[in-house]
Design a protein around this ligand. Structure first.
Ligand SMILES: Cc1cc2nc3c(=O)[nH]c(=O)nc-3n(C[C@H](O)[C@H](O)[C@H](O)COP(=O)(O)OP(=O)(O)OC[C@H]3O[C@@H](n4cnc5c(N)ncnc54)[C@H](O)[C@@H]3O)c2cc1C
Length: 283
């Protein structure tokens, strides 16, 4: 279907984008890679009267080493992450997951800021950033603020972003050699969205697990931490993984839809949590 007619503005800077959002009000929308926004406009589930294109803001396209963390600009494309050496060295789960998002055309256009701001709980990167306990930097008319991923995602396709705010950066802790990771994505066909996904970031030493951070994709309205599993694994040995994973669906509220029933999603969450933690321990 053809989207409803809209006007088009090009943002020359982040400040200019914020100014344009103020000028055009809540009928306007930021455009990054367009790979979530344009499809929903074509379905007429969104009908912004003005699109404000961030696409030329090359200053928001970077991966930087900031000492204890990596900073990723909001306009960094999934494909940039897949092949970035800093990401490979310090935060491999992000590059690996970027390579699972849709197909190469999606990866070449879609951006880190766009996938987070879109707030779809079936999106892979929101769970990964949640498991990493990353931070999201937001700029608005009143200046800059930084939010933990867990506070950013509020409800299904709802984030803490205000109407005149722009995501500018994502900050991720560098993972030390004691930390293993895995992202497991179950999809009915390759390149599909996740039916269920599990991001696991596990710190281990001398054969036992110090801490595990596990976030689930498509198990509720937002990325959800598998808190019961995390608690059971804290200080446990690798032998505890299978039993602990049986609580992976505790506190979740998966939907039933064409891809899977809620019950099957619960089953997947348990099985894929075990596999993700086992893989993280072996990495
Ligand atoms: C065929 C197909 C398959 C896909 N498969 C997957 C998949 O398997 N897994 C997955 O996770 N994703 C998938 N995607 C989505 C893809 O990852 C998108 O790139 C991503 O969700 C949105 O990024 P974008 O840059 O395209 O954002 P856009 O579509 O441009 O924007 C999305 C929303 O975010 C807002 N926005 C964008 N940038 C900012 C910013 N910097 N600050 C504030 N608001 C902003 C926009 O206003 C809009 O509301 C798929 C998409 C397609 C078309």
């Amino acid at each position: 279907m053809i989207p409803v007619a809209f006007d088009y503005e090009v943002a020359e800077s982040v400040d200019h984008a914020i100014e344009l959002l103020g000028q055009h009000g809540d009928e306007s929308k930021l455009l990054a890679g367009g790979h979530s926004l344009i499809p929903i406009m074509r379905l007429r589930l969104a009908a912004p009267t003005v699109l404000i294109d961030l696409g030329r803001l090359e200053e928001l396209r970077y991966v930087r080493d900031e000492g204890d963390h990596l900073a990723i600009g909001a306009l960094t494309r999934h494909r940039d992450l897949l092949f970035n050496d800093l990401i490979k060295e310090h935060c491999g789960i992000v590059g690996y997951t970027a390579g699972l998002l849709g197909d190469p055309s999606v990866q070449h256009r879609g951006t880190m800021g766009g996938t987070l701001a879109h707030g779809d709980s079936s999106g892979d990167m929101p769970s990964v950033i949640t498991a990493l306990e990353g931070e999201i930097v937001i700029q608005g008319p009143d200046g800059e603020r930084t939010l933990k991923a867990a506070d950013f995602f509020q409800d299904y396709m709802m984030t803490d972003l205000g109407e005149q705010e722009v995501v500018t950066e994502v900050r991720l802790p560098k993972l030390s050699s004691d930390v293993g990771w895995s992202y497991k994505k179950f999809a009915r066909r390759s390149q599909d969205w996740a039916t269920v996904g599990v991001a696991a970031v596990v710190e281990r030493s001398n054969g036992s697990i110090n801490s595990a951070r596990i976030a689930l994709t498509a198990m509720g309205a937002t990325p959800l931490r598998a808190s019961a599993v995390e608690q059971a694994l804290s200080g446990a040995s690798a032998d505890a993984v299978a039993e602990a994973s049986e609580s992976a669906d505790e506190g979740t509220s998966p939907a039933s839809d064409d891809a899977a029933s809620a019950e099957f999603r619960r089953h997947l969450a348990r099985v894929w949590t075990r596999r993700a933690v086992e893989e993280a321990l072996s990495r």
